[in-house]
Design a protein around this ligand. Structure first.
Ligand code: NAP
Length: 139
């Protein structure tokens, strides 16, 4: 079954699963906007695939208060965006059997990255997604 979306935002596309996914979507003939903190990786991705297939927007998803503005800028620049993939994530290791070793600020960063940023992104993207006439997706 062909990939049905034509312009896809992949958040967390500078490495790993997100980068592989973004490359695969380009192979399917769609345009991809890649997002992450590592600008050099974003630039390398666009250089590899070309400006006609990809563009890059550096962003740190833990900056929750900046998410509404990020979403406004993306949707104004790309009103034809029809798919948003929330893929950024981190996984740290905690040993609660040795509580003195647990740095709660790191726990907070993990939850902000993996949970609260996605909730905030979802809430900010939904009005745009819901307003679209053609089928669109938030993944
Ligand atoms: N690979 C596996 O087998 C596996 C298995 C189970 C679970 N997971 C989990 O799945 C997630 C993705 O795995 P992966 O192997 O693809 O990891 P990865 O190579 O580290 O990729 C994570 C992506 O998320 C982005 N990201 C992280 N924090 C961000 C932030 N604050 N703002 C914006 N982007 C951010 C990273 O970009 P920047 O660093 O450039 O910001 C990167 O593009 C991780 O949470 C991982 O723990 C992976």
């Amino acid at each position: 079954m062909p990939f049905q979306y034509k312009k896809v935002l992949v958040i967390g596309a500078t490495s790993g699963i997100g980068k592989a996914l973004a490359s695969r979507i380009i192979q399917e003939g769609s345009f991809v906007i890649v997002v992450g903190r590592r600008k050099e990786n974003l630039e390398a991705f666009v250089h590899e695939h070309g400006n006609d297939k990809a563009s890059a927007v550096p962003f740190d998803v833990t900056e929750l208060d900046k998410i509404p503005n990020f979403v406004t800028n993306i949707t104004k620049t790309h009103p034809d965006l029809d798919c948003v993939m929330l893929n950024s994530g981190i996984q740290r290791s905690f040993d609660f059997s040795k509580p003195e070793t647990v740095d709660m600020s790191v726990v907070h960063t993990e939850f902000t990255t993996n949970y609260f940023s996605n909730l905030t992104m979802t809430n900010a993207f939904l009005p745009f997604i819901k307003s679209k006439k053609e089928e669109s997706a938030l993944i």
